[in-house]
Design a protein around this ligand. Structure first.
Ligand code: BGC
Length: 439
């Protein structure tokens, strides 16, 4: 990604951030891994740093733990631990984190996406930021892409969080053996997708694995279809008002989504994203469309026979999001949290974490091997190249493109669509969601 492209992304998202009001997070709660249990692993007498995340699966939890292992070793009086609340995309964690933080009882730090989720919920809010700005002793903005810096900065121009990674959202993953056995190649268009899907279906293989027990997974598929229909500029315009949701291309995108939903596993609404990914690993499904935390999942499960490609119609476009960690103004132990955030912002911290997580580092000078930990794999090496050359667009489902309330309204429309399939009524609901968000 060139600096200009990063700036363009940042400017676009920052503009939306300033224009949109603070709003609520997500809802359903599949359960908690239990912060108390995680804290129990800390040695007696250490100062515990409660880090609230939604990372519970192999690659996610392991990456964070490896980062903590090094930090806790370097700081023997401190003990950072993962107070995880299960639920992909933060469906359960975000609501807990938000209510604790706005009530003045925050975790020491927490997982939050760069962009609207961060800025509209915690920073640019009428009561004043509940997070403290981070000075350059914690995070040096010159070491991060300008576009990223712009959407982790408040309306006062100060940086409010430490991005630990860049995830790509618009990726198609496939089982190589299934594709080879059936003489298939990854689809480049949605018309190709239909051809590939029909071939798989004829062999009783689920064409596309979907785990939308959180509707966000369907939302991600819809976003990739919108990107393909509208192109990068048109897609960005959906979130700034420049592209109208009444556009016939949105109608076409919904029609395509309906076609795609005809090729998913019948139990999709009861599966999580990683359970759907397991169908690909097991060869029961040919493909899935998911963020590159799927790459971390394959690595954690020691599954090597997977391939990847941009989702159909998404070639040359990198749909991005970042996980980040801020300093709550009321964090119990400010100095301890500052130390942890400094490590998270460092080259070494990012290069310990990301190989497991499946993502690439946010820090410009990271992307190097650290001895004693996993090396970046071929997918990640290709993603580092694409991040520099592709056109970058933000993810709606993962907090970058739209305010949380707008995201929830889109998700409500899609929840009805998944079962009802009414294109016209869904487009009307999407238009209403944009209007309610001020566009
Ligand atoms: C987060 C990823 C996480 C994924 C699945 C996304 O919202 O950014 O870090 O792996 O959700 O839970």
């Amino acid at each position: 990604m060139t600096i200009n492209k990063v700036r363009a992304l940042g400017a676009a998202i920052a503009a939306i951030a300033l224009a949109t009001a603070a709003c609520g997070g997500a809802s359903t709660a599949p359960g908690s891994a239990g912060p108390t249990d995680a804290a129990a692993a800390c040695a007696a007498g250490t100062t515990k740093i409660e880090v609230q995340s939604w990372w519970t699966t192999g690659g996610e939890a392991t990456g964070l733990q490896k980062l903590f292992d090094q930090f806790n070793k370097d700081n023997p009086t401190l003990c950072a631990y993962n107070a995880a609340i299960a639920g992909g995309a933060g469906t359960a964690a975000q609501a807990v984190i938000k209510s604790r933080t706005l009530a003045g009882n925050p975790p020491d730090t927490f997982q939050v996406h760069m962009g609207h989720e961060l800025l509209d919920t915690y920073v640019n809010i009428s009561a004043g930021s509940v997070l403290s700005p981070l000075d350059s002793s914690i995070i040096d903005p010159s070491k991060f892409p300008a576009g990223v810096v712009s959407i982790i900065s408040g309306s006062d121009g100060k940086v409010y969080t430490v991005p630990v990674n860049i995830h790509r959202a618009n990726e198609l993953w496939y089982n190589k053996k299934v594709f080879t056995d059936n003489n298939l190649t990854p689809p480049k268009t949605w018309a190709d997708f239909k051809t590939v899907a029909d071939a798989l279906k004829a062999k009783n293989i689920t064409p596309l694995a979907l785990g939308d027990n959180g509707i966000w997974a369907t939302g991600m598929v819809f976003e990739t279809i919108l990107i393909g229909e509208l192109g990068a500029n048109g897609f960005n315009g959906l979130w700034t008002g420049a592209t109208k949701w009444t556009d016939p291309k949105v109608t076409d995108a919904l029609t395509t989504l309906k076609m795609v939903l005809g090729y998913v596993n019948t139990d999709h609404s009861s599966l999580s994203w990683d359970q759907a990914n397991q169908l690909v690993i097991d060869g029961k499904a040919g493909m899935t469309i998911m963020g590159d935390w799927a790459n971390g999942d394959y690595v954690a499960k020691k599954f090597a026979d997977y391939g990847w490609a941009p989702a159909p119609g998404n070639d040359g476009i990198y749909q991005a999001l970042a996980d980040s960690f801020p300093l709550p103004a009321k964090a119990p132990d400010q100095d301890a949290v500052k130390k942890l955030l400094t490590f998270m912002a460092s080259q070494v911290g990012q290069d310990i974490f990301n190989p497991y997580k499946g993502s690439i580092p946010a820090r410009i000078d990271a992307g190097q091997a650290v001895s004693g930990v996993l090396a970046y794999n071929d997918y990640q090496k290709s993603a580092m190249v694409d991040w520099k050359s592709d056109t970058v667009v933000p993810s709606m489902e993962h907090g970058a493109a739209a305010a949380p309330a707008w995201k929830s309204a889109v998700e409500a429309a899609l929840t009805t669509f998944v079962t009802g399939g009414d294109v016209a009524a869904t487009q009307t609901a999407l238009v209403a969601a944009a209007t309610a968000a001020g566009h």
